[in-house]
Design a protein around this ligand. Structure first.
Ligand code: PLP
Length: 419
């Protein structure tokens, strides 16, 4: 197969193409939650390009918006020129957040948006140190990697450049909230005492990649208080859990807080590369022109896709769909898995579910079997790859999802009998 040969010959091995299989299926067409191979074999996509294609594939609203944008003949301008589609996105985002007094900076990937948030917080405060959290994932560029906790993915690349980050404990249930807040405050005071005040506290309101932890509303509220008291910014990373996936428009909304910076990506366009930092008030208007530019930021076609995605989430009330249709499927799934000994835990919030196994080998094996036998694509996550994660489009029908979960249940129990 030409595609397989060319990919194997040229592609950087740093990406995940051959992580599960040496001959992964090659998809040539997508429709809703389904992906199709050239010989028309149909797979259910419960990965969604890493929690991104929230409306599934080939969504008519996105397709129409992208086609209309293409008709203008302007595929790229950069931010030296005003773009009607970029300005429309600013307005859409403001309505979607329910916040009028905000400023917005667009970028191309989640990591780039995290870099932007770190850089802004350091510029505004004049301080360098960032507090991030154990289990947190924020991306792989050097700044974003510095605040990503996993030693396996961080240490080979980050030496002294990561010295500006301190990792604090993230609760694993509500009983740990007070202890984690105390630890965070103690850590912060330690650095203040040693003349290293904190620029920002950076947190995922729900930790996604590391296996769906949270939300812990009192933890977020406590962090907000600590940040305020110390004149540090509170940055919430909504790249994974935002845009409806958590069962709220944004997962920080479980906590009744008002973060200084909200970072989004993935489901913002739910298709083309686009991310954003949204700041309270004029925080993003205090740096000078050209302080932080990037050639492709605010690409008009990606902005058109994002406007269509936001409209679709609102018009079809997808957040209610997540809460009333998707979550109950996961709730039943968790009950069905309770007697399977190889399953250590099942956690879910909104349209994301993590099934924890003893080790990553077993989780990989289940993912592989699920792909080959049931033609269902699942995601590998967890602190050490020990989770199989189900990340459906947030508009998936209850029938398709529950059928897939039944198949997954059968495979997991069959596999458990052999282990
Ligand atoms: C919470 C969170 N932050 C940041 C990122 C990095 O985003 P990107 O892969 O678009 O750079 C991710 C990606 O999975 C994420 O889940």
């Amino acid at each position: 197969m030409k595609e397989l040969y060319l990919t194997k010959k040229f592609e950087s091995t740093a990406v995940n193409t051959f992580r599960l299989s040496d001959t992964p299926p090659i998809f040539v067409r997508g429709e809703g939650p389904w992906l199709f191979t050239e010989d028309n074999q149909k797979y259910l996509d419960l990965v969604c390009g890493s929690a991104t294609t929230n409306l599934g594939h080939n969504h008519p609203s996105q397709k129409f918006a992208i086609s209309e944008a293409l008709k203008s003949g302007i595929f790229h301008t950069g931010t030296r020129l005003i773009s009607p589609l970029r300005s429309e996105l600013y307005s859409s985002l403001s309505h979607f957040l329910g916040l009028e007094d905000i400023s917005i900076h667009l970028a191309n990937s989640g990591s780039e948006a995290i870099e932007t948030a770190i850089k802004l917080s350091r510029f505004l405060s004049g301080n360098e140190r960032i507090i991030a959290f154990e289990g947190g994932y924020h991306g792989r560029t050097l700044g974003a990697l510095s605040v990503t906790h996993s030693e396996k993915i961080r240490l080979p690349f980050i030496g002294k450049i990561g010295d500006f980050v301190s990792f604090s404990q993230y609760p694993r249930d509500n009983t740990e909230v007070d202890m984690c807040l105390e630890k965070c405050e103690r850590q912060l005071n330690h650095y203040v005492k040693h003349d290293q005040p904190i620029a920002a506290i950076l947190v995922e309101p729900i930790q996604g990649v590391s296996g769906v932890w949270g939300p812990y509303p009192a933890f977020l509220q406590g962090l907000e208080e600590i940040a305020k008291k110390n004149k540090s910014l509170l940055i919430v990373d909504e790249i994974w859990s935002g845009m409806g996936r958590s069962g709220k428009n944004f997962s920080y909304q479980y906590s009744n807080i008002s973060p200084d910076l909200i970072v989004i990506g993935k489901g913002l366009s739910a298709s083309l590369p686009l991310s954003a930092v949204i700041a309270k008030g004029d925080l993003l208007k205090r740096w000078g022109a050209g302080s932080h530019t990037s050639t492709f930021q605010g690409n008009p076609i990606a902005c058109a896709a994002a406007c269509a995605t936001i409209k679709e989430i609102k018009d079809t009330d997808l957040v209610t769909h997540v809460n009333e249709i998707i979550e109950p499927c996961f709730s039943k799934f968790k009950k069905d898995l309770r007697n399977i000994t190889t399953v250590k835990d099942v956690r879910f919030v909104g349209a994301q579910c993590a099934i924890t196994f003893d080790n990553s080998d077993l989780a990989n094996q289940i993912q592989n079997d699920t792909m080959e036998k049931a033609k269902i694509l699942t995601y590998g996550g967890g602190m050490n790859g020990e989770c199989v994660m189900v990340l459906p489009p947030i508009n998936i029908s209850g029938k398709i999802l529950s059928t897939a979960l039944t198949q997954l249940l059968e495979l997991i129990s069959e596999m458990s009998n052999h282990n």
